[in-house]
Design a protein around this ligand. Structure first.
Ligand SMILES: Cc1cc2nc3c(=O)[nH]c(=O)nc-3n(C[C@H](O)[C@H](O)[C@H](O)COP(=O)(O)OP(=O)(O)OC[C@H]3O[C@@H](n4cnc5c(N)ncnc54)[C@H](O)[C@@H]3O)c2cc1C
Length: 538
């Protein structure tokens, strides 16, 4: 194994928690009514393992001694993902579901054997990549099974092959993204998939959730990059993807991509790769007002000339970024914007990747032709690039300070983007009262865009879980019917109740019947993807 993710380090993105500068804390208190009172975190309870001796021995025989773990730290380390509710659980709020054991297979064959063994012993299986799910995707739910294991794929960490002619790399599912990029670097290749969870999330997790990275305008969403998959199921192995395009019936590969561990365990992914860029250029711009900003991003997407990274913040997100940055440079920037008559500054970050400075200059010129943008220069773009993985660290700090901090995302067609943004903002503000709701577009398509919301409110000390559940339900209701319940975070447990409204009763029935074929006893990831009750066998 070339790299391990430390899953005992849960609840924090990095071992140390950062601090918020005094000016930012003061501003946050004024805007949200945050008090000084803190609720100390307590260690969650870990019940005794319910894994039977027979099941333990059978799993030991598959993966070898030492790779079926029932110790407290291993189990607690894979308890839940990284949503706000998960982080509250890790601070001792509520009763998060703890797996009965953690099983670490080393090969795709072992994964299939583990699944067969679990089906024989009535044990539910939760596939676990980086554990960065923010929708309850890795919650250790047992459904109607006697026990539940977390199947940690961290040992599936090999680059299986590279076909430089076709530009395809076959990667094992447990590879964290940075490690996958390190393995591809000597071949001069990159995947180009950089979500904010890049440092921890895995190749299998990206495929299982239809992930979208920050450079999706240039490289596409992860499902666009999947050329083939190898799937382990309790009834055997399924391999898909033999050609770049095919008319041999519906694309079943896309049934596996986004299946969230409910239809099988992805063990290998054939990924389309591209030459590594030699030059990257990031630049900050300002647009006056959300409507003008989203019209600008639409124009870019519809002209097929977007930058590789295209990200528009609304006025509130821009204000928060500036408030958190503080300092004389920010004050000077605000004064400059006022002097230029910009009433509602919306920050637009554009980033280009290329083989040479010349290529980027040419593309930049084409992208910007005909657009009325106020350039703030490369420093702001580069500052965004350097800080683009800081969100989770800032969230750790905010958690410590007693802030309710969470994100949610959707997508819709251009004609409804502003309507949906207004509806979600209103739903969150009504539910949470004194709060900050920020929004950005970071994935733009010819026909529409994603909307990504970040919410900050003072945490309700008496019922922090209920406080967020009410807000999340209100936002989900506002989204249903206008946008998708998830643009890239997936369904998990959180969105399962809303899936039928999006894909219809027939859609759910189709998924349930596929599940019955691949997972006849219903051991795979109970409670995820399919609404509860419809996923069970029969
Ligand atoms: C701070 C933060 C920022 C994020 N930013 C982004 C972003 O920019 N873009 C984005 O798309 N997402 C983002 N996410 C969400 C998350 O990172 C993605 O969903 C990611 O694809 C999950 O990868 P993972 O390896 O961590 O999967 P996990 O969290 O381990 O699993 C996710 C789901 O897939 C299943 N699963 C995992 N591996 C496999 C496998 N090999 N076979 C079958 N099922 C499997 C799990 O059971 C679970 O249901 C973010 C999350 C966090 C915490």
């Amino acid at each position: 194994m070339t790299e391990r993710i430390d899953h005992t380090l849960r609840g924090r993105w990095s071992p140390t928690t950062g601090t918020l500068p005094p000016h930012a804390l003061k501003w946050l208190r004024q805007r949200t009514g945050l008090s000084d009172v803190r609720t100390p975190a307590r260690t969650p309870d870990v019940p005794a393992s319910a894994l039977s001796g027979a099941a333990h021995a059978a799993l030991d025989a598959v993966v070898g001694p030492g790779f079926v773990r029932v110790d407290r730290d291993s189990r607690l380390g894979r308890t839940g993902g990284l949503s706000y509710l998960d982080l509250l659980g890790q601070r001792g709020e509520g009763t998060p579901a703890v797996p009965d054991a953690v099983v670490l297979p080393a090969t795709p064959e072992q994964v299939t054997d583990v699944l067969r063994t679990c089906a024989e012993h009535d044990v539910a299986v939760v596939p676990f990549g980086g554990g960065t799910s923010v929708v309850g995707g890795v919650a250790a739910l047992r459904g109607d099974k006697a026990a539940v294991i977390t199947l940690d794929l961290v040992r599936l960490d090999k680059l299986v092959s590279v076909d430089p002619v076709s530009r395809i790399a076959v990667l094992q599912a447990g590879l964290p993204a940075p490690q996958a990029e390190r393995l591809l670097a000597p071949h001069g290749l990159t995947i180009g998939h950089v979500p904010q969870s890049y440092e921890r999330a895995t190749i299998g997790g990206f495929a299982a959730t239809r992930s979208a990275g920050q450079a999706s305008s240039g490289y596409g969403r992860f499902e666009d990059m999947v050329e083939g998959v190898r799937l382990a199921t309790p009834v055997g192995e399924w391999r898909l993807g033999t050609a770049p395009a095919s008319a041999a019936g519906p694309d079943l590969k896309q049934l596996v991509v986004g299946s969230e561990g409910a239809l099988g365990v992805i063990t290998e992914v054939s990924v389309r790769v591209r030459p590594r860029p030699r030059v990257e250029r990031y630049e900050g711009f300002v647009v006056d007002g959300w409507e003008r900003g989203s019209a600008t991003v639409r124009a870019l997407a519809q002209s097929h000339l977007p930058a590789d990274v295209t990200r528009l913040s609304d006025v509130d997100e821009t204000e928060v970024s500036l408030a958190l940055a503080g300092g004389w440079k920010t004050a000077a920037l605000k004064a400059y914007l006022r002097a230029r008559g910009v009433a509602e500054p919306c920050l637009l970050i554009l980033g280009w990747h290329g083989r040479s400075e010349d290529e980027i200059r040419r593309r930049r010129k084409e992208t910007l032709r005909g657009l009325k943008l106020l350039s703030l220069g490369r420093a702001l773009g580069e500052a965004w690039r350097h800080g683009r993985f800081n969100g989770p660290r800032q969230r750790d700090t905010l958690m410590e300070l007693g802030v309710c901090v969470e994100t949610l995302e959707t997508a819709t067609h251009w004609s409804r983007v502003s309507e949906l943004r207004t509806a979600v903002r209103a739903a969150l503000s009504d539910a949470l009262g004194n709060c900050i709701v920020m929004c950005h577009i970071s994935h733009a398509y010819e026909t529409g865009a994603s909307l990504y919301f970040t919410v900050l409110a003072a945490r309700d000390a008496d019922d922090p879980i209920g406080q967020w559940q009410v807000a999340k339900a209100a936002a989900s209701e506002a989204i249903t019917g206008t946008g998708t319940i998830s643009h890239h975070h997936a369904v998990g447990t959180d969105h399962a109740p809303y899936l039928e409204a999006e894909i219809g009763g027939l859609g759910v029935a189709v998924l349930a019947s596929v599940k019955r074929t691949l997972d006849p006893t219903g051991v795979l990831n109970p409670g995820k993807l399919l609404p509860t009750g419809l996923a069970s066998p029969g």
